[in-house]
Write a protein that binds this ligand. Sequence first.
Ligand code: HEM
Length: 442
Amino acid sequence: AQAAGGCPFHAAGGPAAGEPAAGSPAAMAEAFDPFDGPYQLDPAEALRWSRDQLPVFYSPKLGYWVVSRYDDVKAVFRDAILFSPRNVLEPITPPCAEAREVLTRYGYAMNRTLVNEDEPAHMERRRVLSEHFLPANVEAHQAMIRRLTREKVDRFIDEGRIDLVDAMLYEIPLTVALHFLGVPEDELERLRRFSVAHAVNAFGRPTPAHQIDVAHAVGRFWQYAGGVIETMRADPDGTGWMHHTIRKNAELPAIVTDSYVHSMMMAIIVAAHETTALASAGMFKTLLTHRDAWEAICADPALIPNAVEESLRVAGSAAAWRRQTTAPTRLGGIDLPEGAKLLIVQASANQDERHFEHAEQFDIYRDNAVDHLTFGYGSHQCMGKNIGRMEMRIFLEEVSRRLPHLRLADQTFTYLPNTTFRGPEAVWVEWDPARNPERSDP
Ligand code: HEM
């Protein structure tokens, strides 16, 4: 078996390896830094060399094995026993002692939820909590999403220039998520700051000084989540998924544990809205960059569902996920030891030529766009995927109908530096309100 890119397990005790030749796969593996330049700009492009030459490699800067090809990423998702999800939410940059102390002062005890729980506990819990995600229950949110979207579009339709994220793509997914969960919709701005801190804590590389600020925000978020649970417990007839979870906690405390309820309350607020907001922002950026695709959906809204899938493929908001091996195994021709931490890069898998023809092309007519791995795969696959999809579809239906002449403004897109959550922080768009179709055809 090949030992890739300076692996500490193979190097331990062995002869010191020489410097890898510049541009060689080993040198690329050593240089790989997901918090910097190329990966932040375009994770799929940054890993093209890996898909072609070394599909599984050890990154010394990250301390993880990186997996870049479609079949390998899918194989890892498929086997949640051999590839445990236990490290999915663990801080990818271990916090410094002072940050850990701050977290302890807040009583922070984030633990297993669903997404990072092993079997058999995970499936028992997922089964007990799946009812709200059934198609008929998801469908029940459609009218609310459309109403919120129309209200937002009404508000900015005559402005001629806005940041779509600020004007609608952040707030609507957050409002929908809180409504779905049954969480009081009172502190949207605060939740936004908490969510960014949670993402940086789990997936970012904050400096030690920044870690202290992040620890305070995460600690406050933890306490806020505890307070929300207490408020919700006082309303035993409340509706929404977290109310259901709290009732199941009373009925089946060994399956839906106290620790789960508190950890999930914090994690799900982020999982349910940040992902959808970022994916929606990525979708508008991508479609407006490909004008022919935008005009096609304006002319024929029946193309929208596949345009959503193709956007999730090339600009999905979950760029990479994590797993840890529970036994030695072999993946992509590379031997992995037990306990190896893996960064499985969906953004790269989604642009693997071995699965998607002309993978780098954005093609809303692609017949296998839906094969993307942005929602994961297998027993942990995203439970909220159809809520996210529905929101994205409705955003496109409403905006393309009322503002077909929308165009991207000149701008430099920025992204929160992290391995996993991906989407532009702002999407500035412009149009001429005098040309709004409803002015000539009200
Ligand atoms: C799990 C992505 C929206 C709830 C996941 C996973 C990913 C993901 C990558 C892990 C999958 C795996 O390990 O195989 C996304 C994206 C979204 C989105 C890209 C939007 C575009 C939502 C929404 C909700 C939600 C709206 C809830 C209302 C969950 C839950 C899990 C999960 C509960 C854990 C499932 C389990 O481990 O059994 N999501 N998600 N997600 N997601 Fe989402």
